[in-house]
Design a protein around this ligand. Structure first.
Ligand code: NAI
Length: 329
């Protein structure tokens, strides 16, 4: 099976090349290329059986149609999210789409807590100050997390891992989810209004669906405590960014940590340090001293990349053998 890997970086190549040494993947041949999969690049898939793509690529109707014309039978998503894939079109054209549903919930949950701690205790500023021999403390004051309330929206795999971390910090943990996770006996499930009203820290861990689009907006922000910390490591579309910016300007938030944002496609994972950002939303978010932004890197640990590689290659093998897989979308 010949697979064309789109949008590969050095770490993708390193991990997958190492994985191919395993005898069980001997029938797989991979070509790594740098461009992302979009309608403009999909034609490169001619001559391959499958393509492999990531969360930041554009697998819209047109991309899927071009892949179909190129003879592609399988799309391997090397990620969990698939809101960027037109699954209906893929199904209609007989292209199987597979993903990696879970690789390391702890990787994302730990990153969410890293955002909380960095933004709350101003680590990013303290680091820069220290390097300039500036050991003053003004402007660096944070708040204790101990005995505060963490409100978790979505207690699936990642939300549960984050709940356990918050519990370890000595926080009271409340959550909203229609499904009550039986492993979280220390969590009190509440309704959304109660969560918004009582939480000192709110962390989003639900998927991006039509219903969840802009769940954090002017109205929900108004219901939050003043001085709340908000963290989003799920999907940018869960937050109405304009309303968030207004809330930040109004002083509603003590700190905001964002690993994902609405405009991320196009520049996430790219080095744009020599360019002027032409997207004003991102530029405005970066201008606030209490906002910490990272580049959709919650997943980015050794353990997670190892699991992504294993499941993606196993998915290809299952497809070749015609084995039914729960990873098929
Ligand atoms: P999961 O499917 O295990 O859990 C999601 C939970 O959210 C479910 O329990 C579901 O019932 C709940 N939910 C759905 N809508 C809700 C709502 N409106 N209110 C409250 N709960 C709601 O998913 P998992 O693995 O925990 O991932 C969560 C999200 O994390 C993914 O959808 C993805 O967007 C994001 N993610 C981010 C990564 C990153 O690198 N930053 C990496 C991997 C995933």
């Amino acid at each position: 099976m010949k697979i064309l890997f789109f949008g590969t970086k050095s770490y993708d190549r390193e991990f997958f090349k190492e994985g191919l040494q395993d005898e069980k993947y001997k029938e797989i041949e991979i070509k790594f290329i740098e461009p992302n999969l979009t309608p403009e690049t999909a034609e490169l898939a001619h001559g391959y059986d499958a393509v492999c793509a990531f969360v930041n690529m554009d697998l819209c109707t047109r991309t899927i149609q071009i892949l179909h014309e190129a003879g592609i039978k399988l799309i391997l998503m090397r990620c969990a999210g698939f809101n960027n894939v037109d699954l209906k079109e893929a199904k209609k054209l007989g292209i199987q789409v597979m993903r990696v549903p879970s690789y390391s919930p702890e990787a994302v949950a730990e990153h969410a807590m890293a955002l909380v701690l960095t933004a709350n205790r101003h680590m990013h500023k303290a680091y820069i100050r220290g390097r300039e021999n500036d050991f003053s403390l003004a402007g660096l004051m944070g708040i204790n997390l101990y005995q505060k309330t963490a409100g978790i929206i979505g207690t699936g795999k990642i939300g549960a891992a984050f709940a356990r971390i918050c519990h370890g910090f000595g926080m009271n943990v409340i959550a909203v989810d229609a499904y009550h996770n039986p492993t979280l006996d220390f969590v009190k499930y509440v309704d959304m209004d109660t969560l918004l009203k009582e939480s000192d820290l709110i962390s989003l861990h639900c998927p991006m669906t039509e219903e969840n689009h802009h769940m954090i907006n002017e109205k929900t922000i108004a219901k939050m405590k003043d001085g709340v910390i908000l963290v989003n490591t799920s999907r940018g579309g869960l937050i109405n960014t304009e309303d968030l910016i207004q809330g930040i300007r109004n002083g509603k938030f003590f700190a905001v940590g964002l690993d994902v944002y609405e405009e991320e496609t196009g520049f996430v994972y790219e080095d744009m340090s020599d360019q002027i950002l032409n997207r004003s939303t991102m530029a405005r978010l970066l201008s606030f001293p209490n906002v910490m932004v990272t580049s959709h890197q919650g997943f980015f640990t050794r353990e997670a990349l190892d699991a992504i590689r294993r499941t993606t290659l196993d998915n290809a093998v299952d497809f070749m053998k015609g084995t039914e897989s729960p990873n098929t979308l």
